[in-house]
Write a protein that binds this ligand. Structure first.
Ligand code: ATP
Ligand code: MG
Length: 667
């Protein structure tokens, strides 16, 4: 523990009262949590199983466990380190009976839950945007732990009453299908602990020490969950930075820092003030920017590192030029200083910005990793096969049923589905079992009935095989039985496309196998499917190769908690950062925090870029520099406007690039 500074070491050792570590970016909050895990086990003899740590992403959880492993050895694998949502899922799997769920409950992804809401609320014609807003409203209620009845009681106007009615219908359908959405993973455990003394005591006994990273982004339901777990013993450490709260739209509440003090009067607060991440100038710029926001708590952050070069601003003609220049810059810096690709990150506000950068990187044959873009799990073939998996573990999963009843084609028409749906609704049942009931025989004609029943029987047959025998074998046989590979070839525009889709399916199956046969944590088919689905919902990205040498591309939101030697923050324009929706809603402070998160990811160099014009929805629009650029100290920025360069300078730049490109191709 010698490398920790006195405040950090105090944070690690403090266990007798609840603790809040409130500190700015890069001050070692996450590091302190990791050390504390080791300290609890090695010095205070907690069993690893009794320690629960909550992080913001699965990736962060994996890294924390790994680093804890370096400090405390093998026992680290027994620690409970996860996201809130994974914690919630594990909780629900253990307490499904108390929650009146079947063991094989289903998880809905965002698309599924929108579809279910549309169906349940009879919202067939509703515009997608409006439906989305409605889903969001319901999500807010769930995050505040409000039931549909309570939502109705507080509804302020007719629109909200309609939303509350839709919420009620949606929840009824969810319950009938044993289907949970993202919010339920927090809501159900929190409500269960609140309403159930036995279970509460049991869990408070299990969780001997609780640690939470990125506390500023916990929402109401997560806070309640935390409170019930901590109980009166209140053995917990939470760490956070109110200046990095960037999820207000998801119900996160920086005031949680204040509430904590009220709910736990014995709360001790430790501040960390030394930044170990960034060169001095970067830190100064970050501090200057965030000083424009009002502050609940005063913090000051300093660094012992060198001051570093000025932050550059690349002012580009248009978005294509921007991508080209940023990629050229990266290429040149890598060559000049003999760096690795993975030391570079391109950060942007929205995923749509990534495309041109990808194009430029591909053209230069530079390896890159795009996090959270068009993900593996968003691909149609993956969603199809996952829907089969879901139906195998839960035959009441109507959303899955509807997705695949005609994939591959079985000539089951819309009228048949509609009649089956009406029948199931009358009987308060779900689609698959309903199709096998006697009563449905009088509703459907012979051919349709046979087609639907054959499908239902197929699913039941393989579900049984997966349960009782070798699940992987069952899955492979099912795919063969339905001729899925052939179907992909039929559907695809070229054999090459089909081939890559089939490869994706095989990757998914082998991934399922990895979960089932996981060396430390093997599980049954059902659990493996749930893990796949959860991963889908939380990360929406394929398994990443952490050691690959690739330029990192990610959104500012996804970059929270991470750090890179060389950061490129692109699209520094009004309407993009701050985002136009936030400008309209007058929510500039949150956008400023987002910019602060971006700047504080950089360790050594930081480059901004912006365009004069950009294509937006196919239209060329004029762009203004982001107000956040003007809030930074003038002397620390170096504007690099190509128009102001002499012909000589331009020629030099072109030559440098050519040399860099050549060296790269020779590599
Ligand atoms: P963020 O708010 O961005 O999540 P953080 O407060 O969690 O930042 P860490 O990621 O824990 O900060 O630490 C930032 C960097 O500083 C890491 O590279 C970490 O290893 C390093 N660091 C932290 N404390 C020390 C220390 N006492 N000595 C040396 N390096 C340190
Ligand atoms: Mg951190």
């Amino acid at each position: 523990m010698s490398s920790l500074n006195p405040a950090q070491s105090q944070a690690v050792k403090h266990v007798h009262t609840p603790l809040l570590v409130l500190a700015g970016a890069g001050s070692g909050k996450t590091l302190a949590i990791t050390h504390k895990l080791a300290h609890l086990v090695r010095s205070l003899y907690y069993t690893p199983e009794s320690i629960y740590a909550v992080t913001f992403t699965n990736k962060a959880a994996r890294e924390m466990k790994e680093r804890a492993g370096k400090l405390m050895g093998e026992e680290a694998v027994r620690l409970n380190v996860s996201t809130f949502h994974t914690f919630g899922l594990n909780f629900i799997r253990q307490e499904y009976k108390a929650l009146q769920l079947k063991r094989s409950f289903t998880l809905l992804d965002e698309d599924d839950s929108m579809a279910m809401l549309r169906e349940a609320g009879n919202l067939g014609q509703l515009d997608k945007q409006v439906l989305f807003a409605l889903r969001h409203e319901i999500s807010n209620w769930k995050n505040a732990l409000l039931t549909p009845e309570q939502a109705m009681a507080i509804a302020k106007d007719k629109d909200q009453q309609l939303a509350a009615t839709a919420y009620a219908a949606y929840e009824r359908t969810q319950r009938a299908c044993h289907a949970l959405d993202f919010d339920d993973l927090i809501l159900l455990p929190a409500a269960c602990l609140r309403d159930n003394l036995d279970i509460r005591e049991k869990w408070q006994d299990k969780v001997r020490y609780l640690l939470i990273d990125e506390y500023q982004d916990t929402n109401g339901a997560q806070y309640e969950l935390m409170k019930f777990l901590a109980g009166t013993r209140a053995a917990f450490t939470v760490v956070g930075d109110d200046d990095q709260s960037i999820y207000a739209w998801r119900g996160a509440n920086p005031e949680n820092l204040n509430i904590l003090q009220q709910d736990f009067p014995k709360l001790q607060v430790i501040k960390l003030e030394q930044n170990y991440r960034s060169f001095g100038r970067i830190l100064k710029c970050a501090n200057t920017l965030i000083a424009n926001n009002p502050h609940l708590f005063e913090k000051s952050l300093w660094s012992q590192k060198t001051y570093g070069e000025p932050l550059r601003v690349l002012s580009c003609k248009n978005d294509e030029d921007e991508a080209e220049r940023v990629v050229n810059e990266i290429m040149m810096r890598k060559m000049r200083f003999n760096l690795n690709w993975k030391q570079f990150a391109i950060l942007f506000r929205g995923n749509h910005q990534a495309r041109l950068f990808e194009k430029a990187l591909i053209e230069k044959r530079i390896p890159y990793k795009l996090s959270g873009g068009q993900s593996f799990f968003a691909k149609a073939e993956i969603k199809d096969v996952l829907a089969y998996f879901r139906l195998l573990v839960n035959e009441d999963d109507d959303a899955a049923f509807l997705r695949i009843v005609n994939v591959p084609r079985r000539d089951i028409g819309a009228v048949t589905i509609e009649k089956l749906g009406a029948y199931a609704q009358r009987r308060h049942g779900s689609l698959l079992p309903s199709s096998l009931e006697l009563g449905i025989e009088s509703e459907l004609n012979g051919r349709s009935l046979t087609a639907v029943r054959q499908f239902a029987e197929l699913i039941r047959r393989y579900a049984e095989q997966a349960r009782k025998g070798d699940a992987l074998e069952a899955v492979n046989e099912l795919l063969k039985a339905i001729g899925y590979e052939g179907w992909l070839y039929e559907q695809a525009s070229s054999p090459k496309v089909a081939q890559s889709r089939w490869q994706n399916v095989q990757d998914l199956v082998s991934w399922l196998g990895n979960h089932i046969n996981h060396p430390q944590d093997p599980c049954d088919f059902e659990e493996a499917v749930n893990r796949l689905l959860l991963r889908d919902m939380l990360e929406r990205s394929a398994e990443e190769d952490r050691n690959a040498d690739e330029v990192q591309m990610l959104t500012l939101h996804a970059a929270k908690g991470l750090e890179y030697p060389h950061v490129y923050m692109v699209g520094m324009e009004e309407e993009l950062l701050p985002h136009h929706v936030s400008i309209e809603e007058g929510n500039i402070e949150e956008e400023r925090r987002l910019a602060y998160v971006g700047i504080t990811r950089a360790q050594e160099t930081l480059v901004f870029s912006l365009c004069k014009t950009r294509k937006r929805y196919g239209e060329l629009v004029h762009c203004e520099p982001s107000r956040f650029l003007t809030e930074l100290p003038v002397d620390d920025l170096q504007w690099d406007d190509q128009r102001n360069q002499s012909e000589e300078q331009k020629a030099q730049v072109r030559e440098d690039r050519l040399a860099a490109l050549k060296a790269l191709l020779d590599d």
